[in-house]
Design a protein around this ligand. Sequence first.
Ligand code: ADP
Length: 551
Amino acid sequence: MATIFSTATGGPLPSTMSDQQLSIRAIFEHAMKSHPRKQIVSRDGPEILRFTYAEFGKRVAKLANALRTLGVRPGDRVASFAWNGHRHLELYYAVPMIGAVLHTVNIRLFPDQAAFVLDHAGDRVVFYDGSLTKAIKAAAALDPGAGRTFVQMGASSESFEGALDYETLLAPEADTYDWPDVDERSAAILCYTSATTGDPKGVLFSHRSTFIHALASGLADALGITERDRVLPIVPMFHVNAWGTPFMCLMIGADFIMPMERLDPAGVIEMCDSERVTFSAGVPTVWMAVRDMLRAQNRSLPLLKRIVIGGSAMPSSLMDDLNALGIEAIHAWGMTEMSPIGTVSRDISELDGDPDKQRRERYKQGRFSPIVQYRIVDESGNEVAADGVARGELLVRGYAVAKEYYNNPSATETAFEPDGWFHTGDVVTMDEYGYIEIVDRVKDFIKSGGEWISSVEVENILMGHPGLKEACVFGIPHPKWQERPVATVVVREGHEPDEDAIRAWLGDKLAKWQTPDRVIFVDTIPRTGVGKFLKRDLRERYKALFAEKDA
Ligand code: ADP
């Protein structure tokens, strides 16, 4: 929308304020100047490396010079294929600050999917961790776009012919850089959705949206990170920018600690302990495993105060268990298309007198960030009541929300309205206090005999069963009811629940028609690269379950 500054025509009066560009460089330069002695910590093989922000800044400048030596120009795409580590963080800053675009590839994609996104993005250079050499070679072998440069970060037992070495590239370069002015609306980072519900779709974050997202998500009633925090993002840096933490932390001056491949519960606990971590973030599965280990060892993590959990619904039992261990578990919701944080569930003063109600609200996905506009609409597009009961699809728009997908007009047309409103595909309720609850994804609802069953609700209850470790619920075609719910569950060690007993236990908590017809015991539940249940695969695997029975 064009704004006309003209007092002569009765237009708005221009302000007297300076018009600084919102950029990643602005975050970086503030961090270097105001917090030079704060820390960047990273695992690197068996070692733990430590850098001050100032030392990190010099490496970022060396990398920027090396990128120019490699011929990377503004607008070029540079891929990372990496764990959360200091070299990945260097790419986070150096690539956008020279005007190029960092494409953070999900390292858990199948080789053909990784080849697809490298090709779709048109990446010129690919930086990969040495421990991921095999995976990137497999993708490169399928990749039709020849002529990419590969750069290896850290040691590898496997060789990749023609690949350059990161440290060798950086060594001769100067540790200062004359950073260019980059237009705040230009692209900084490219991230593809995790393909839970279809092909990966690219979202290009701008410098401006990245800056605004970091400001808003750091607010006290959002993540509330402070300069005193020592932050360990378990959420990968290829999963929507580790939810913005690499930018939030440097903006605020918090110490930033990266675990590399040690995402196993023992590794997370060890790092929390040895690095005195106060704040962390990740998907529910990681924290379920950490909880189980802490309980088995009858210990706690006294310094770890807060964890933000999102990406998929946090079971209320997980929140209760973490609270009992002295950790505040904060529920958040978001999407790649939203940079990603949309809502965070924090307490509000209005409910101070009603702790029970406040606790129930905490289980929900939370209240909206000030930078997100939202509408919750029924099938006719009318807004539904904010009464905690009426359901509707959530539409969003905002300062850090996409308006289209990168080079994908058909997906854009399906998901975005011409005026920018984005269909999240999530069905939600909102209550009078503004907390939303994700009822289900439109595609995951189970339609049974004219009723809709929320798979998320049934999973939440099942995951509170003492004998179950994990549960995933999905709909399978049924000759009489259209679809019926089926649960796949992973049993907790030392327990032997049987199917009928679980169904009977559920029967006390759910209506009969909502109770899964079958509970299937499995060793593992298939997941996407960022830890979400792959319901598509399960629906395919069990598609004939009821047909066979009734045949
Ligand atoms: P993909 O859409 O490929 O899975 P995203 O990582 O962007 O990639 O996933 C966003 C979706 O994840 C949301 O639309 C929502 O369905 C789900 N999600 C994220 N956080 C939560 C949460 N706290 N509770 C329930 N669902 C969530």
